[in-house]
Design a protein around this ligand. Sequence first.
Ligand SMILES: [Zn+2]
Ligand SMILES: [Zn+2]
Ligand SMILES: [Zn+2]
Length: 87
Amino acid sequence: MCHNVIDGRYHTECGHFVGMHSEVHDCWRPNCLFSRRHLHSGCKSQSCIRLMALPVKNPIRISPTTCGDCIAIERAAAATTTTTTRS
Ligand SMILES: [Zn+2]
Ligand SMILES: [Zn+2]
Ligand SMILES: [Zn+2]
C-alpha cells in the first residue's frame, strides 16, 4: 500500500511532531489505486487497494524545544493569568 511520508521537526520538549513537507511513497503495485503502476484508469476492480496506509513521520530535524503551538498555548495561558491577577 502507498503511504504518505511526512518530513518534519520533532520537538523533544513537548513530544509533538510538526510536519513541513509530505510526499507519497509509491508501493509500485499494479493493483494499488495510488500507485503510478496501477493498471486501470477509472478502476472498478474489487481486488484493487483503495486505501492508503497510515502516514509515516520522518523527523528530519530534532528540536530540544516546545513546538510553536505549545508556545502559543503557554503564552495565552500566561496572558490569561496576568489579566486575572490584574483585575
Ligand atoms: Zn500503493
Ligand atoms: Zn485497479
Ligand atoms: Zn507541542
